[in-house]
Design a protein around this ligand. Structure first.
Ligand SMILES: [Zn+2]
Length: 112
């Protein structure tokens, strides 16, 4: 719920700066390791947005795969947990290089 509220706060602030009457669409990018459940975010959003400029906005969520990079052999591969083994050399020296992003990609505003 708090995540939904912070999104609403952020987009409302931006929309106000641009003099928007309302927000019609919000596009988010959520990495698989961001710790955010897109389904629960979609579920919470209407309540969080009630009475704000984003009340009728469509929430679009783009999920991104998480990628790990092996410190030993340099391979890059999709990962789904933080503790992972390199599929090529079995090293545990794997660093998650992407997939923890959580950002507002764009908003569409309407002037009224
Ligand atoms: Zn490796």
């Amino acid at each position: 719920m708090s995540v939904a509220l912070s999104i609403v706060d952020a987009v409302e602030e931006k929309a106000r700066l641009e003099g928007a009457g309302r927000i019609s669409e919000i596009e988010l990018v959520v990495g698989r390791m961001a710790g955010i459940q897109p389904e629960s975010l979609k579920f919470c959003f209407p309540a969080a947005a009630r009475g704000t400029l984003a009340e009728d906005a469509v929430l679009l969520i783009e999920e991104r795969e998480a990628l790990g990079s092996c410190a030993d052999c340099g391979s890059t591969f999709p990962v789904s947990f933080y503790l992972v083994e390199c599929p090529r050399c079995r090293s545990l020296g794997v660093r998650v290089v992407s997939g923890d992003e959580f950002l507002i990609q764009s908003i569409t505003i309407e002037e009224e």
